[in-house]
Design a binder for this molecule. Structure first.
Ligand SMILES: O=P(O)(O)OC[C@@H](O)[C@@H](O)c1c[nH]c2ccccc12
Length: 263
């Protein structure tokens, strides 16, 4: 059993339990349900940097990354750095995140927010909306084509955008459909944790132009972004490189400054 299989088994149990305690009507009654969302895909299309900075306390591959900062401090720092969007990990067991982190981020900044979790059920998309998300992540490795279609159409019906994550050509071909907004190539294999930017470079040509291309994980230098841009990437999801520093917001700011100097 891979770590990804374990995460999904736990997630199914977690969602089933939460459904018993928090009815959908309660999520739909959230004040945030009525608010409009930001379009990350539009911002990325018009941005010259395209950084999506992630709030990530720990991960199965690296254990603790940063426990010292509150989510508000981190996301305000990211916003001040001028990032295009912010990803908030909401998985508790493996990443130390929560839906409260998303809610606090929503209350603190006004940039597009991605709910980063393992979404397998419409219920989690309602949760995402009720806690201030603008975008959801769907991971092709753990979903069937019909599920991707159902979940992405449901997200759109709530005004949320969809970032579809793939890691290889089979996943991409299985998942491609009009109800997606952005395609993210994960440079980290979630089953083996191997990381290489070559995954983004090799898949780029197979991603149709109507989707904004995002490169995810293992990005730790401005040079990496300069290498990926010629392949058509307009979004760059960065977690650890910022979160492992003393002050993630300051780290993002100096990264953005050197990126803009070199643009
Ligand atoms: O910390 P990194 O290597 O910069 O990676 C960020 C992000 O891409 C990574 O956290 C991620 C990509 N896809 C995921 C799916 C679930 C959880 C986490 C992820």
């Amino acid at each position: 059993m891979t770590i990804l299989d374990k995460i999904i088994t736990d997630k199914k149990r977690e969602v089933a339990l939460k459904k018993q305690l928090i009815p959908i009507t309660q999520l739909e009654n959230s004040v945030l349900f009525g608010t409009r969302t930001y379009s990350l895909s539009k911002i990325l299309r018009n941005s010259i940097s395209g950084i999506i900075a992630e709030h990530k306390r720990r991960s199965p591959s690296k254990s603790v990354i940063n426990n010292g900062y509150s989510v508000e401090e981190v996301v305000i720092g990211y916003q001040n750095a001028g990032v295009s969007g912010i990803s908030v990990l909401t998985d508790g067991k493996y990443f130390g995140g929560s839906l409260d982190d998303l809610l606090l981020a929503k209350a603190s900044v006004n940039v597009p927010l991605l709910r980063k979790d393992f979404i397998i059920d419409e219920y989690q998309i309602l949760e995402a909306k009720a806690h201030g998300a603008d975008i959801i992540l769907l991971i092709a490795a753990v979903l069937k084509r019909e599920e991707i279609k159902q979940l992405s159409e449901f997200a759109h019906s709530l005004g949320l955008e969809v970032l579809l994550e793939v890691h290889n050509r089979e996943e991409l071909e299985k998942a491609i459909m009009p109800s997606l907004d952005m395609i993210g190539v994960n440079n980290r294999n979630l089953k083996t944790f191997e990381v290489s930017l070559d995954f983004s470079k090799e898949l780029a040509i197979h991603i149709p132009n109507e989707f904004v291309k995002v490169s995810e994980s293992g990005i730790s230098s401005v040079e990496a972004i300069k290498e990926l841009q010629p392949f058509g990437y307009q979004g760059f999801l960065i977690g650890e490189h910022f979160m492992k520093t003393e002050n993630p917001g300051i780290a993002a700011k100096s990264f953005m400054n050197s990126l803009l100097v070199k643009s």
